[in-house]
Design a protein around this ligand. Structure first.
Ligand code: SAH
Length: 223
């Protein structure tokens, strides 16, 4: 099934409610809330999810992956402190919803996905929306490697459960740049880190709450 590209009054109302819910859960960055308020999440889900797309929940997408919960998307985006024109590397395109939120904030987003089916789908979606998302660039590959030829990046966001901070990604971050990454803490949960690169290449590390992501896997493929 394909997503419905009709943004109706009901969707807008449900989005307003979602924004209020996220405020209640502690999201304070108004620019992030505005981006959530104007991005039709139901576009990134199958039609079967049309009515429930604005519940604050993760849902299954193709290739046994998930679209992140809106709270998680808002939380990670808020930590990234996006400025218009930021060059952002995202690992784990998935449904492209997080990607679209970054783009709505004026970032230039370079996003990598290891599942070919998801890359194809997001490319088609970009065409369907008549280049509304011209500041998004999709890559099929292994996110552990990043995009060395396009580095350095102002910001890097990882949207899958990372075993550690991948060294190659750290190298591709600018000095004063920010990386937001959920790192495995137990078998099922990750601790959200915000790492800021200092002038000597070290990290200023801040830790936040626990989340639960699908795993970050190496290589390309359908596993
Ligand atoms: N931001 C997405 C989250 C999708 S779930 C959304 O909200 O829809 C995480 C995604 O990371 C999955 O699609 C998974 O295939 C992808 N992924 C896992 N390991 C990866 C890797 N090494 N490189 C690129 N993508 C990866």
């Amino acid at each position: 099934m394909t997503p419905t590209l009709e943004d109706r009054y009901l969707h807008k109302k449900l989005r307003e409610q979602l924004v209020e819910e996220l405020k209640g859960k502690g999201i304070v960055d108004q620019a992030v809330l505005n981006a959530i308020g104007k991005t039709p999440r139901h576009y990134f889900l199958d039609m079967a999810f049309d009515k429930i797309a604005y519940e604050d929940r993760a849902f299954p997408i193709e290739a046994n992956q998930t679209i992140s919960q809106p709270y998680t998307v808002a939380f990670q985006t808020q930590l990234l402190q996006i400025n218009k024109g930021d060059k952002v590397l995202e690992i784990g395109t998935g449904s492209m919803y997080q990607t679209a939120i970054l783009a709505a904030l004026g970032a230039h987003v370079y996003t990598i996905e290891r599942q070919q089916a998801l890359v194809d789908k997001t490319n088609q979606f970009k065409l369907l929306t008549e280049n509304q998302y011209e500041n998004i660039f999709f890559f099929y590959g292994d996110g552990f490697l990043g995009l060395p030829t396009l580095a350095p990046f102002d910001k890097i966001i990882i949207t899958a459960a990372a075993p550690n901070v991948p060294e190659k990604l750290w190298e591709q971050l600018k000095v004063n740049g920010i990386m937001v990454i959920p790192v495995n803490e137990t078998e099922t949960t990750q601790r959200m880190f915000r790492l800021t690169k200092t002038s000597n290449g070290m990290a200023k590390k801040e830790t936040f709450e626990e989340f639960s992501f699908v795993p970050m896997l190496s290589g390309k493929g359908d596993k």
